[in-house]
Design a protein around this ligand. Sequence first.
Ligand SMILES: Cc1cc2nc3c(=O)[nH]c(=O)nc-3n(C[C@H](O)[C@H](O)[C@H](O)COP(=O)(O)OP(=O)(O)OC[C@H]3O[C@@H](n4cnc5c(N)ncnc54)[C@H](O)[C@@H]3O)c2cc1C
Length: 385
Amino acid sequence: MRTIFDTEELDQIRELARKFAQERVAPGYLAREKAGRFDMELLREMGGLGLIAPELPEEFGGMGAEFLYSGVIIEEIARADFNFGYASLLASLNGQILRQFAAPEVARDWLPGLTAGEHMLAIALTEPKGGSDAANLGLRMERDGSHYIINGEKTSISANQIAKGVVTFARTGRPEDRAKGVSAVLIPLDLPGITTSKFDNCGQNSVGHGSIWFDNVRVPAEYLLGDEGKGFAQVMQGFDFSRSLIGMQCVGTARQSLDETWAYITERQAFGKPLAAFQGVTHQLADFDTRIEAARLMSMNALWLKDRGLPHTTEAAMTKWWPPLLAYEAIHACLLIHGHAGYSGDLPFQQRLRDVLGLQIGDGTAHIMKNIIARERAGRAVTAA
Ligand SMILES: Cc1cc2nc3c(=O)[nH]c(=O)nc-3n(C[C@H](O)[C@H](O)[C@H](O)COP(=O)(O)OP(=O)(O)OC[C@H]3O[C@@H](n4cnc5c(N)ncnc54)[C@H](O)[C@@H]3O)c2cc1C
């Protein structure tokens, strides 16, 4: 559906992304998930089309485009393969962090490869003792001359075995200083002392997800992102961007499922009529169609606000909790309307359902998003987190 945000230029990028997504990405979705394999060749193709982090400046291989462009791209990619959408999500989130906070030579070394699709970057905040209380982290990072030495474990990290580097939050100060003692650093994942594991998850297996252990890992000090001890406040602001993109990612997958199901009910017959003749079926779809469009507008609005430098923390938190839940419910309804075929591995609904479920947790749960909304509305003093 057309929206108030659409322009001719946005239409052009949407068309390009849709063609790439439907022709190149969609056909291998289920096979890649089954094999647990991310297609780096396809990523390079995407980069070659200018579809990775287009909001980065041209000197880094981007287009200097509006943030909304990335939203439209991830929506189209997620229509084809929810998990390939992580390529957009991680590149845009980490790309912005490096552009804003990396030393100029580090940004020059890492960003062109990111936009070209030659490599990926992961982001590591969560630790075994918990992800919601994000400031209470324990990974140690200590200065030793021209290096930092990193010790500890990050867990539940997306793309941890396919990324070339990881934006990592670690403690340089005292634990009692909580967020104030946290720094951010880019860690190349091929450094000595790093090991990883992959979880056996119920979805998102092509992109993968697991732990990273750091055993006396020496990182050059120029890989620090932002100021020492201020990484939490500075770098975490990037999450407002990724939350808005997650809204678009979930909406894309749900929209594709709805489109396929609208088509299916005009063909499939029951009791001598197409399923579309039964309001019990069409009203369900009409209901989800309406709400998915509302979630899409909300996500685009958050990106539009970001493009104008306007506050959008509340809007981003809303797009992080509602669209993932709504998409899950919409895909569930689409699966059921396809009957036994919907439950089979031949159709993508069961896979989409398991993939989209992960983002009810990843990047912060609905509880935490509602805490953020409450804090923005009622003030920090009256909310717990
Ligand atoms: C698919 C997926 C991808 C992920 N990718 C990444 C990644 O790339 N990088 C990364 O760093 N992490 C990643 N994560 C981890 C994710 O960010 C954490 O799982 C999440 O923040 C929750 O942390 P936790 O699992 O430790 O749950 P906990 O923090 O232990 O919370 C458990 C439950 O308690 C609830 N809860 C906790 N505190 C409160 C409170 N104050 N009020 C109300 N309820 C509360 C939570 O909402 C949750 O339901 C990913 C997770 C998944 C599933």
